[in-house]
Design a protein around this ligand. Structure first.
Ligand SMILES: C[S@@+](CC[C@H](N)C(=O)[O-])C[C@H]1O[C@@H](n2cnc3c(N)ncnc32)[C@H](O)[C@@H]1O
Length: 203
């Protein structure tokens, strides 16, 4: 997967995405927002915001910055802003043009498995998160104990061609990040193949 491949794929998905993913992701999105414990006036970053489905669940009292590499997806997100404090930026989540420690919270829904270098995207989210801030992740990961068999690799190649990589391990994405504490790690969709996590940046 690379940025241009993703851009082509998500241009195609943009008008269809909500029809397929809104209903199935309803409960985990509600839960993800609950896990963030957002306070009035807080600043929230959403890397890979896509069509902005998360915006439907967020309280109106937060200031949201959504970043995506696909203009077609961002256009769909724009239709959900509804006069709220939301800034949408066409930007690569692997190289955020945003100031260090400028966000109270980050929400990564279904993006760390899509952005070509999930580890770089996580590192950037971590950089712009203030000490004491938190990240909530909803995504699928290769189970830590699971072996990367040839079958799983082959499946991974096919699924990656469709725009998401099912063979990433969370531990590889967050390895070596200083001050990271996993506060919650819950099973979510598809019998726990998707996880919901809350991480805190200890300052
Ligand atoms: C599966 S969608 C998830 C969208 C949204 N977060 C959601 O939960 O519905 C993944 C999104 O990541 C975006 N993306 C892929 N590579 C990116 C990059 N390098 N920088 C920013 N966004 C990227 C895609 O354009 C797409 O909108």
């Amino acid at each position: 997967m690379n940025n241009e491949h993703n851009r082509r794929i998500y241009r195609f998905y943009a008008p269809l995405y909500d029809r397929f993913f809104k209903a199935v992701s309803d409960r985990p999105r509600r839960r993800a927002v609950q896990m963030l414990h957002l306070q009035p006036g807080e600043r929230l970053l959403i890397p890979g915001i896509g069509t902005g489905l998360d915006l439907l669940y967020l309280p109106a009292h937060v200031s949201v910055t959504g970043v995506d590499f696909s203009l077609a997806m961002l256009e769909q997100a724009r239709a959900k802003v509804n006069g709220r404090d939301v800034t949408l930026l066409e930007m690569d989540a692997q190289h955020l043009d945003l100031t260090d420690a400028s966000f109270d919270a980050v929400l990564c829904t279904l993006s760390l498995s899509v952005i070509p270098d999930g580890r770089a995207a996580f590192g950037e989210a971590w950089r712009v998160l203030r000490p004491g801030g938190r990240i909530v992740i909803l995504d699928k990961f290769l189970p830590e104990s699971g072996e990367l068999t040839w079958r799983r690799r082959a499946l991974g190649r096919v699924v990656s061609a469709l725009g998401t990589d099912p063979n990433r391990r969370l531990s590889d994405i967050i390895a070596g990040v200083p001050g990271l504490a996993i506060q919650q790690n819950e099973p979510s969709l598809f019998r726990g193949q998707y996880r919901l996590l809350r991480l805190e940046k200890r300052g």
